[in-house]
Design a protein around this ligand. Structure first.
Ligand SMILES: Cc1cc2nc3c(=O)[nH]c(=O)nc-3n(C[C@H](O)[C@H](O)[C@H](O)COP(=O)(O)O)c2cc1C
Length: 177
């Protein structure tokens, strides 16, 4: 057994240390591998808004519900709070630069990123692995994030392989077990 494993707490008798170290918590949370999405909408003034999100999750099949969360300090929060609808673009493995771009506080994230508009005038990013066109049904502050729950009104999938995120890095699908 190596030192790291020896140092690990026994999961049956967890270390009762009461103080949460947020840096270690973040590392532990990073052990949960996810896909990557860019959630997009349109502000009242007409400009497109979007950001990279990996808090996206399926929630319910009947009715079809999804969720994601947005940090409350985000300048995009007022737009998503006011938006009736948004699109969850599930990124494909060829879209790592799209993920990086939409995670930066740049003025026009959509510049140079090919996209179309759906029936509600919301941006659909070209080349995604799937698109979920959603109508918001609830929003709720939860700690330092705002939790959005939405009904999937339309969805489309492509045959592109998804982009993955784990421990702060990007990955592609490995072998199926
Ligand atoms: C892989 C990845 C996943 C992310 N997931 C989220 C998320 O779920 N919620 C969130 O608020 N920010 C998330 N972020 C950070 C935002 O993408 C980033 O802060 C972005 O600049 C927010 O846009 P804004 O400047 O309009 O707030 C993520 C970033 C990366 C790289």
């Amino acid at each position: 057994m190596n030192a790291a494993l020896q140092a690990s707490p026994d999961p049956v008798a967890p270390d009762p240390t009461p103080v949460l170290d947020s840096r270690i918590l973040r590392t532990a949370l990073g052990q949960f591998a996810t896909g990557i999405t860019v959630v997009t909408t349109r502000a009242d003034g007409g400009q497109f808004v979007g950001l990279t999100v990996n808090s996206f999750s399926a929630l319910s099949l009947e009715p079809p519900l999804i969720l994601w969360s947005l940090r409350v300090s985000s300048p995009s929060l007022p737009v998503f709070e006011g938006a009736e609808r948004f699109v969850v673009n599930v990124l494909a493995e060829a879209q790592v630069e799209v993920s990086r771009r939409f995670a930066l506080p740049v003025a026009d994230k959509f510049d140079g990123v090919p996209h179309a508009e759906n029936a509600w005038g919301l941006p659909l990013l070209h080349g995604a692995a799937a698109w979920f066109e959603c109508r918001k049904v609830s929003q709720q502050m939860a700690g330092d994030h705002c939790l959005f729950i939405a009904e999937v009104e339309r969805f489309t999938l492509s045959d592109a392989a998804p982009l993955l995120f784990h421990a702060g890095g990007y990955f592609t699908l490995g072998s199926r077990l």
